[in-house]
Write a protein that binds this ligand. Structure first.
Ligand code: AMP
Ligand code: ZN
Length: 465
């Protein structure tokens, strides 16, 4: 397996700490709103990486956090708390917001055939671990207390800028331009490990600590959860490119300070998906979510296929025209796969040849478009019989996860569609009249007919199951 490592800025052979085993950590979502399809691109890349490693025979343990506390609207430790902002927007508590959007996130993941990491922990459930780490960093002189907050002193870190490769002076200009200067810091790039109540009074989630009632900084949660679940050596750490600085840079500084040695060997970052404005933003005009795409008639796997066509390290620009092209190609591909007749005996020689070609595409810095090319080559190979093709596609789809061999759900007739929409209206009325028993009965009747209702913020949609 060869992978691009942001730490060394080159494609390298991947060698895990323990032979055959991979400890992988991926930054999870900040659950104050729906994930946008840019966020989801990163989770698709991480899913392919995990499944690709498994295809190549590695035993992968993957952990992920849910950021439900500590992430401020500015990465420079200032601004409003993102969760508090979400709660204010919707008139709910931060706990309700976190639960709702965590569920929405995992629904999107399931729709996109993204495997849930084997370990998922909420940031708010691991406070003791962060406190323990911060205490050690204070004792060892890596951290200091100033105006009620605990800060990490970046001048104590070994080669603080090694991941971002940035020039500290350039970086400082950027930081000063966008972030109000915090006079409590020794160095402008120092970051908060623990905030106290004195500075952020509106924070609803807070805990007692040796430094006063408060809450953890954003970066410590990932270091804490990774340390707690995966131990003191990590093989791979992933995220989107925006995480390189400051988030991952700070994770390295504090984890290495805490452990006293190098922590993670491979840092893999997914390039962004941008919209026509050049940035995918939750406040930027039409907010591109997976439900929005579904409402427009695309399937989640159309979007997954769209992402797999480009390399994870290339920025991808989203447009409905390019999604249409991907959808049509995907439809044709599925048609071809489902048209294969299961004839002949599995040819072991051909099978291992194609498995190794597919493995090479994975090993080539996770080249998803090359993986698809291997699939297309297989489809047109007249020397390979149907049974062999089908068994190979089954193997490839363990990584691609495009449901290639699954019969598509039938299109519903116009009449059935009208009937479903009428029932959805009837249910909405029943709910309005607080007749929840009736509303549930309508939902259950439809489910019995294989029609599953899905309630979203934009209204109710359905799915044929
Ligand atoms: P967040 O929920 O904001 O913490 O982000 C979740 C993940 O999405 C992180 O790994 C980010 O690096 C990643 N991400 C943020 N914006 C984009 C984007 N436009 N395209 C791809 N990934 C993104
Ligand atoms: Zn993180």
């Amino acid at each position: 397996m060869r992978l691009y490592n942001t730490l060394t800025k080159q494609v390298e052979d991947f060698v895990p700490n323990e032979e055959g085993k991979v400890k992988m950590y991926t930054c999870g979502p900040t659950v104050y709103h729906y994930a946008h399809i840019g966020n989801l691109r990163t989770y698709i890349f991480e899913d392919i990486l995990e499944k690709g490693l498994k295809f190549l025979g590695y035993d992968v343990t993957r952990a992920m956090n849910i950021t439900d506390v500590g992430h401020l609207t500015s990465d420079g430790d200032t601004g409003e708390d993102k969760m508090a902002k979400g709660a204010k927007r919707e008139g709910k508590t931060v706990y309700e917001i976190a639960d709702f959007y965590t569920m929405a996130f995992f629904n999107d993941m399931a729709d996109l055939n993204i495997k849930k990491p084997s370990i998922v922990l909420k940031a708010s459930d691991n406070i003791e671990k962060y406190i323990e780490m911060i205490e050690k960093m204070l004792n060892d002189g890596y951290a200091y207390i100033s105006n009620g907050n605990v800060y990490f002193d970046i001048s104590k870190a070994k080669d603080y800028y090694k991941l971002s490769g940035k020039n500290p002076d350039d970086l400082m200009i950027g930081v000063r331009d966008t972030v109000e200067e915090d006079k409590s810091k020794r160095n402008p790039a120092d970051f908060v490990l623990w905030f106290t109540l004195s500075k952020f009074e509106n924070q609803a989630m807070k805990w007692d600590s040796p430094w006063g009632v408060g809450y953890p900084g954003w970066h410590i949660e990932c270091s804490g959860i990774a340390a707690k679940t995966l131990g003191e050596y990590l093989d791979i750490h992933c995220g989107g490119v925006d995480n390189i600085f400051p988030h991952h840079t700070n994770e390295i500084a504090q984890s290495e300070a805490y452990f006293g040695h190098k922590w993670c060997n491979y840092w893999c970052h997914g390039a962004h998906l941008n919209d026509s404005t050049g940035k995918m933003s939750k406040s930027n005009g039409e907010f591109l979510t997976l439900s929005l795409l579904k409402n427009k008639g695309y399937t989640p796997l159309d979007y997954r296929y769209f992402c797999l066509n480009s390399h994870y390290r290339n920025t991808l620009v989203f447009s409905y025209e390019s999604l249409d092209i991907a959808r049509n190609a995907f439809l044709k591909l599925k048609g071809r796969v489902l048209g294969i007749e299961n004839t002949g005996e599995i040819d072991a020689v051909k099978k291992s040849l194609y498995l190794s070609k597919f493995g090479d595409a994975i090993g080539n810095d996770l080249n998803t478009s090359l993986m698809l090319t291997v699939l297309y080559d297989l489809l047109k190979d007249g020397e390979v019989n149907g049974a062999t093709k089908i068994s190979l596609i089954e193997e490839f789809d363990k990584v691609l996860s495009l449901d290639l061999l699954k019969e598509d759900v039938k299109e519903v007739s116009i009449d059935l569609e009208n009937e479903i929409l009428a029932r959805i209206e009837e249910r909405k009325e029943a709910k309005k009249n607080k007749d929840f028993a009736r509303a549930d009965a309508i939902r259950d009747e439809l489910l019995e007919k294989g029609i599953k209702l899905i309630d979203t913020r934009e209204g109710t949609t359905y799915e044929i199951v």
